[in-house]
Design a protein around this ligand. Structure first.
Ligand code: MGP
Length: 198
């Protein structure tokens, strides 16, 4: 008491260099970094050339910035028929042609149009699983897309459709964590044939 103030160092954070600190080791004003930076994309469905419908909305790389976006963005059920959201890592574009997707494929979760609350919840949990780096093979994940259709679907895009181990682990974790009752299918971007079903 009254003596020299104890210097508090939390991780790489030095309280004497920053006044934002500090109750119970909680550092105020410091955001929690994600393993990757991610971008949200919107597919507007207004133009006849497919690629021209893609708009990059924003990029984020912290937990706090994600939740701030979540509270300001419409849920997928608020989009029009034919529109889409996509979330992709770093500089990967949400299209087959991107070098990261060229040899890839996707797990597809099918959802009924009437299940709008499911659609929003499943999309939220998919996004959280991805940005939270929750898979052993998170490196193999490129991103995810939610397609608003009569029967909407969510696709989790994986970089290599030959990487059986990663595809299997990611598929099983999706099914378990999202408590999915119906079957999910994996197919390569260049084929409609299901390679795996869980
Ligand atoms: P879709 O949006 O993935 O499926 O692809 P949708 O609308 O549910 O229809 P279905 O055919 O799967 O039942 C619809 C169409 O959009 C494709 O046939 C392509 O013409 C175009 N398209 C979709 N994607 C993801 C791409 C892409 O990555 N690149 C290009 N060039 N066209 C794409």
């Amino acid at each position: 008491m009254g003596g020299k103030r104890e210097k508090k160092v939390i991780g790489n954070y030095d309280s004497e260099k920053n006044n934002d600190v500090v109750n119970n080791n909680v550092v105020k004003g410091v955001k929690h970094p994600l393993n990757n930076s991610w971008s949200f994309w919107m597919f507007t469905n207004k133009k006849s050339v497919w690629e021209e419908n893609l708009i990059k909305l924003t990029t984020f790389d912290t937990v706090e910035d994600y939740w701030s976006l979540y509270h300001h963005m419409k849920c997928p059920s608020g989009l029009d028929l034919g529109q889409e959201y996509a979330i992709f890592k770093d500089d990967i574009r949400p299209m087959w042609e991107d070098k990261a997707n060229k040899f890839g494929g996707r797990w597809v979760i099918n959802l009924e149009k009437t299940q709008n609350s499911d659609l929003d919840a499943v999309w939220l949990y998919v996004v959280l699983l991805l940005i939270g780096n929750n898979f052993e093979n998170s490196d193999a994940i490129c991103g995810a897309v939610v397609n608003i259709r009569q029967k909407s679907k969510i696709g989790i895009w994986i970089s290599d459709s030959r990487n059986k181990k990663a595809i299997d682990e990611i598929g099983r974790k999706l099914k378990f964590n999202l408590s999915l009752q119906s079957k999910i299918n994996f197919h390569a971007h260049n084929s409609n044939k299901n390679i795996f079903t869980l």
